[in-house]
Design a protein around this ligand. Structure first.
Ligand code: GLT
Ligand code: MN
Ligand code: MN
Length: 389
């Protein structure tokens, strides 16, 4: 491996304990790897060059731990962080594994389950903040249905809003420096999950009491499962000032949630994503929410983690090459050329502009016939990606 693809802290590459810690269980198969402790996983991540580690409350502290066990586990984890220099930029709550959440957490029909979910989340927020988290993710894996007979989706939205408003107030009340990032997924494990895409989340955020505290955590795989263009979701979130976090992985369209190694499936989409994040100057974590193939032992898991980061850095370099390529830049200049003829109509509406525009003439046929050279531009992109340019 060449040094220029070596991960560095400034790249802000993070992994969840649940990612490299995945034991390879799937709906049809038992674990294929033995479980590593959170401390062992911190050392594994340090070895491969990660900057940070994120966790669900129960990735670190078992759901039935006593207060004394919790304190011991947290102390050991903090020591591993100190020894390795790894940081915890993000934390989240497991509101999906335990049977109590089988009908959802914040949207469950049972008010006791909803109250328990709030209690669990407040405690998990305390834990995340104690370890330094500045972003708190909400992924509502169980917030959905198999049949709409059981719940009016409007009630689900109201319950979700009530929960997030409550938790925003909790964070403010505690004086925590913490922002929320909502993560959408269209389905799996539920048949349908409410607020199915990043676009749904962005609209929902504006209905909250503290929209300024809440952004999104888009995940490649989740938008691709819905057959959507991930970059467009990310760009909309960015433009709205809501890209608080990002989950990088890969995914074949319309399949089950594969959580593949970043850039391993759709290289062109991954390239434009990395180029976008780098070009706009996204400052948040580059979090890999992915799993090694089930075929791997822990050496393979390390290869997987190294691969995520290395591919990101290779694509970053390709983006720089794309931006510096004279032919690409000439094509872009041509594509975006402006002869100034529409200057009188540009900008905000005025009655005068509207009247002038209504009278203007356009050579519709010529404009329609003009070739745009997008084929050439895309082929140049492919040649950069294939390493011949
Ligand atoms: C789970 C899910 C992910 C979420 C995690 C955060 S857990 O693995 O598939 O997409 O980001 O709760
Ligand atoms: Mn996923
Ligand atoms: Mn995710």
């Amino acid at each position: 491996m060449t040094d220029r693809y070596q991960p560095k802290p400034e790249h802000k590459f993070t992994f969840g304990l649940w990612t490299v810690g995945s034991v390879g269980r799937d709906p049809f198969g038992e674990p294929v790897r033995s479980r590593l402790s959170p401390v062992e996983l911190v050392y594994l991540l340090a070895e491969v060059g990660a900057y940070g580690v994120n966790f669900h409350d129960n990735d670190l502290v078992p759901i039935d731990a006593t207060p004394a066990e919790r304190d011991r586990i947290v102390a050991e984890f903090k020591k591993a962080l100190r020894d390795t220099g790894l940081v915890v930029p993000m934390a989240t709550t497991n509101l999906f594994s335990d049977p109590i959440f089988k009908d959802g957490a914040f949207t469950s029909n049972d008010p006791r389950v909803r109250a328990y979910a709030l209690q669990k989340t407040m405690r998990a927020i305390d834990l995340g903040v104690e370890l330094g988290a500045k972003v708190y993710v909400f992924w509502g894996g169980r917030e959905g249905v198999e049949t709409d007979a059981v719940r009016n989706p409007v009630d689900a939205l109201k319950r979700m809003r009530e929960a997030l408003n409550f938790l925003c107030e909790y964070v403010i009340d505690q004086g925590y420096d913490l922002k929320f990032a909502l993560e959408a997924k269209p389905n799996e494990p539920r048949g349908d999950i409410y607020l199915a895409t990043t676009g749904h989340m962005l609209a929902f955020i504006e209905t909250l009491d503290h929209p300024e505290m809440v952004g999104v955590n888009p995940e490649v795989a989740h938008e691709h499962m819905a057959g959507l263009n991930f970059l467009h979701a990310v760009a909309q979130a960015w433009e709205a000032g809501k890209l608080f976090h990002i989950d990088l992985n890969d995914q074949a369209f319309c399949r089950y949630d594969q959580d593949l190694r970043f850039g391993s499936h759709n290289i062109k989409a991954a390239f434009f994503l990395v180029k976008f994040l780098e070009d706009v100057g996204y400052q948040g974590s580059r979090h890999f929410d992915a799993h090694a193939y089930r075929t791997e032992d822990y050496e393979g898991v390390k290869e997987f983690a190294r691969g995520c980061m290395r591919t990101y850095l290779i694509l970053k370099e390709k983006g720089e090459r794309w931006n510096a390529d004279p032919e690409i830049q000439a094509l872009l200049a041509e594509i975006n050329a402006d002869d100034g003829s529409t200057d009188p109509f540009k900008g905000r509406y005025t009655p005068e502009k509207a009247a002038a525009l209504k009278m203007a003439t356009f050579d519709r046929v010529a404009l329609g016939q003009r070739g745009l050279a997008y084929e050439r531009l895309d082929q140049l992109t492919i040649e950069i990606l294939l390493g011949v340019r």
